[in-house]
Design a protein around this ligand. Structure first.
Ligand SMILES: Cc1cc2nc3c(=O)[nH]c(=O)nc-3n(C[C@H](O)[C@H](O)[C@H](O)COP(=O)(O)OP(=O)(O)OC[C@H]3O[C@@H](n4cnc5c(N)ncnc54)[C@H](O)[C@@H]3O)c2cc1C
Length: 118
């Protein structure tokens, strides 16, 4: 479970970096934002669920913060587009049934060097 948490964290980070990279280039990133939001929120929720499981009954009690992590991680799976809506969006992109219009005005590219994350 810990390895799965680590994998989810690293994959989410890469998806979020991709979103930021496109934003810095002034390009539309709607598809990538949807994918990153969906996956990162799902991974976080799964990690919190596993954390409760790892702690057993203590994980369920309010003596430790893990039960709060599980409650808190559920909300983003619902707001700003539920996981089901992002799944439908991604399926539509893959099937070519959804295409984003070009931006009305291109955003200025932002010269930005990503600092290495420890
Ligand atoms: C903590 C929290 C904070 C929020 N903050 C805000 C806020 O600041 N501003 C705001 O406007 N809203 C906010 N919301 C509301 C949130 O945006 C909605 O709850 C969310 O969009 C889902 O809408 P709904 O609750 O009406 O569910 P419904 O649309 O009724 O959907 C119910 C379920 O059916 C699924 N579903 C719906 N349509 C489909 C489909 N076509 N295919 C497959 N599954 C489907 C959904 O994924 C969901 O699981 C917040 C919600 C929460 C939990």
């Amino acid at each position: 479970m810990l390895a799965k948490m680590e994998a989810g964290l690293q994959m989410s980070r890469l998806l979020v970096y991709r979103v930021g990279e496109l934003k810095n280039q002034g390009k539309r990133n709607t598809r990538e934002v949807s994918l990153a939001k969906w996956q990162a929120c799902d991974f976080a929720n799964q990690a919190a669920d596993d954390a409760v499981q790892i702690h057993g009954a203590y994980g369920f009690s309010d003596e430790y913060p893990v039960e709060r992590y599980l409650r808190n991680s559920k909300a983003p799976v619902i707001y700003e587009g539920t996981r089901e809506i992002h799944t439908v969006m991604q399926a539509n992109y893959v099937l070519g049934e959804r295409e984003d219009k070009p931006l009305n005005k291109m955003l200025p590219a932002w010269p930005f060097e990503l600092e290495e994350v420890k």
